[in-house]
Design a protein around this ligand. Structure first.
Ligand SMILES: Nc1ncnc2c1ncn2[C@@H]1O[C@H](COP(=O)(O)OP(=O)(O)OP(=O)(O)O)[C@@H](O)[C@H]1O
Length: 321
């Protein structure tokens, strides 16, 4: 649905987006994770050409936007909704007027608009707020209004620019669940940028890590988490540095899929005579299932070759240090 090919964008000396390739299938939620200044916002804005790339191609729903004239681009943009961190609602207009504005601009008459706005308010869980003003709403409710406004023209793609960054954790969860529900209900393709790992692990099917304008890693969230060497996995399973001293070997075992329920520790003890201590363990539930990582400390001198080969053969990710 969304394909970026060799997209670059520079501001003066700053290379904000550096030769990025990215492909997102219809109905997928893709998250771009990165630190401040990584280029996420600029990348997102190239998708609807709010930021025109210096080079490269942007294609949405099979239409290459980079070649379109102004009128054709305006039509194509109605297929792409966008939500922002600070909502960007008009404070002197009611909720209904905010949501109805894009419809008005598209020439929809008043009666049809009223019906469509009511549908959209139902969709985002605010059926009784049509006549409220933004200042009378909580942050989460304002973001719901902004989402309804973005969805008003019936887009196939939704771009989310840090949509939950200004919200508290509970409200963040509610908005993320709303986005995931909208994807299912409307078949939306969602591209979101965030600096919060939890946003990616909670609702994204696939993710990219961005640093210095470039994508350094990309793939399905569960496969990235399941890879012992991925950056996403390293962030998600950021295990505390041990201060146990000594040079005892440490083993990280990453498990996913059917391996989640297996009695791996018992098998290591029984088959290989290991006497491991558990020093850390955590799990993440992704849209494709659970992925976990377990860290064990082994007594110095423990033979590890056979056991690590066995673990790998069973499908566990293994890293020994
Ligand atoms: N309009 C602009 N003019 C000049 N420099 C810009 C402009 N927009 C972005 N930049 C620069 O490009 C780089 C990437 O910025 P961008 O906002 O895309 O990063 P980001 O990852 O979204 O960061 P943040 O999370 O802080 O918003 C930064 O160095 C930024 O200062």
């Amino acid at each position: 649905m969304i394909t970026l090919t060799e997209v670059s964008k520079q501001f003066g000396d700053v290379v904000a987006v550096d030769n990025v390739d990215l492909s997102i299938d219809t109905g997928q939620i893709h998250g771009v994770l990165g630190r401040s200044g990584a280029g996420k916002s600029t990348l997102l804005r190239t998708v609807n050409l709010l930021e025109r790339p210096d080079s490269g191609r942007v294609s949405v729903g099979g239409t290459e936007l980079t070649t379109l004239d102004r009128d054709a681009l305006r039509r194509e943009r109605s297929r792409i909704g966008m939500v922002f961190q600070h909502f960007r609602l008009l404070s002197n207009r009611t909720v209904a007027a905010n949501i109805g504005l894009p419809l008005k601009l598209h020439g929809m008459d008043r009666t049809k608009r009223r019906i469509r706005v009511a549908e959209l308010l139902d969709l985002v869980g605010l059926p009784d707020k049509a006549q409220s003003y933004p200042a009378q709403l909580s942050g989460g409710q304002r973001q719901r209004v902004a989402i309804a406004r973005a969805l008003a023209p019936g887009p196939e793609v939704l771009l989310s620019d840090e949509a939950t960054s200004a919200l508290d954790p509970q409200t963040t969860t509610e908005i993320l669940d709303l986005l995931a529900g909208l994807r299912t209900e409307l078949g939306l393709t969602i591209l979101l940028i965030t600096h919060e790992l939890d946003v990616v692990t909670r609702i994204c099917d696939s993710a990219s890590i961005m640093a210095n304008g470039a994508i350094t890693e990309s793939g399905s969230v569960s496969s990235l988490l399941a890879s012992p060497d991925s950056q996403l996995g390293a962030q998600a399973f950021r295990l505390p540095e041990l201060s146990l001293g000594g040079t005892d070997p440490t083993l990280e075992i990453t498990f996913s899929g059917s391996a989640v329920g297996d009695p791996v520790l018992a098998q290591l003890v029984r088959k290989f005579g290991w006497e491991p201590s558990i020093t850390d363990a955590s799990v993440h539930t992704t849209t494709e299932g659970t992925v976990g990582r377990l860290r064990l400390r082994l007594p110095a001198g423990t033979a590890t070759d056979d056991a690590t080969a066995w673990l790998s053969a069973q499908g566990y990710g293994v890293r020994l240090s």
